[in-house]
Design a protein around this ligand. Sequence first.
Ligand SMILES: *[C@@H]1O[C@H](CO)[C@@H](O)[C@H](O)[C@H]1NC(C)=O
Ligand SMILES: *[C@@H]1O[C@H](CO)[C@@H](O)[C@H](O)[C@H]1NC(C)=O
Ligand SMILES: *[C@@H]1O[C@H](CO)[C@@H](O)[C@H](O)[C@H]1NC(C)=O
Length: 444
Amino acid sequence: MGGGVLSQLLGFFFWGFLWLAGPVAVYSGGPGTSGADAVAVVVDGTAAIAVTDGDFVCATLDWWPPEKCDYGTCSWGLASLLNLVGSSSACYAKSCMLQQEIDVLIRHSQCFLFSFMQNLSNPILLNAVKAFSPLKLRLGGSLQDKIIYGTGDPKPQCTPFIKSTSEMFGFTQGCLPMSRWDELNEFFQKAGAVIIFGLNALNGRVTLSDGSLGGPWNYSNAAALIRYTVNKGYAIHGWELGNELSGSGVGARIGADQYAADVINLRSIINEIYQGLPDKPLVLAPGGFLDTNWFTEIISRTKPNSLDVITHHIYNLGPGVDQHLTEKILDPSYLDGEAGTFRDLQRILSSAGTSTIAWVGEAGGAYNSGHHLVTDSFVFSFWYLDQLGMASTYDTKTYCRQSFIGGNYGLLNTTTFRPNPDYYRPASHPTSFCCGFTANSIVY
Ligand SMILES: *[C@@H]1O[C@H](CO)[C@@H](O)[C@H](O)[C@H]1NC(C)=O
Ligand SMILES: *[C@@H]1O[C@H](CO)[C@@H](O)[C@H](O)[C@H]1NC(C)=O
Ligand SMILES: *[C@@H]1O[C@H](CO)[C@@H](O)[C@H](O)[C@H]1NC(C)=O
């Protein structure tokens, strides 16, 4: 309540400031206009249409190994949760890196050399996260549903992802060693990051006659990771179930009725493990593309309090290999096409009368790792800022950009950790100013 009023005031002050600063000149370059026409912008700063989380800005870290390639380019380098930011070169060479990973890097000897130059105490990386104070980081991606955690009883054998064209997403099952999980958490604590962890939702599934995967989620390995995390005192803001398994799925799909039952199970294991602790994490799902029937069903079946956040993904520009990305990015009517997704989801939530809120859990614009010199360059800011504005108008509470680092759409350069242009964009977007921005109606 108080937060809402506060943010309304802040929103008012922000727009009031714009107003006091005089009419804002907007240069329109549409058909029929030549050069620059000054346009007056009137902002109604009194009526709130939506409120975002104070920490609206979020970015993702993914699992892709250096051998992940798209259209002949391998853009992930050492940006995976399994190999980014080793705490020291000694650690890189031994405990935190699996032997097979070292072998891969030796084959890519340039990378290997680089891994000795960079480490967790790399000030650029640490400060890049710190600067957002706090930055939400969502840890996940396609391979999250193929990773097991090196903990529990019996402890699984911990082996890395190995490239294998016959496997879903081109890699075998991988494993997160607990030594690596410790190291990541140490880094997140130092950087003040707020962590959302995407759990493997495919454990225990069988293929059903309609081609979807079914059978209940086997949560024993996930529960072991959550228990380990709580025992270590690591703060996790939210646990998200699965990646792109909703609707028609990417790689695999699971029915909404089964998924709802799995979310309810996740909620109960979290309740049990966090019993007596003051801070309870959020439960998020499904981290997939909006499918109205599927989303409507999971919302209704997880009511009233199993699912805190429904997460959806956005790749509205098509594949990274597309030669016309820049035209789409600079075409306002193309960009506006995505508003329908936000509107539909907002409608689903309001007509269900649920307390579940919406986040964009992953948005990279162009799928299959983006496109070098487009999704990592200045022009992509037209897409990114438009998305931040659009999402907040439709009451999206948090927006996670794919990626913080890695692929061709990182906010940071994968090899140097230096900011790409989009790194600076949230700072120029009013939602990041403070404390839950109120999106106001803007009349042109
Ligand atoms: C880690 O990186 C920092 C900055 O690049 C460097 O000063 C330090 O010596 C490195 N530490 C190790 C153990 O390599
Ligand atoms: C769930 O998976 C674990 C391994 O993580 C296995 O030991 C257990 O038997 C499985 N449970 C069921 C019900 O299949
Ligand atoms: C990232 O840095 C490398 C090395 O300086 C450079 O070759 C590459 O073009 C940079 N990427 C971007 C998107 O600027």
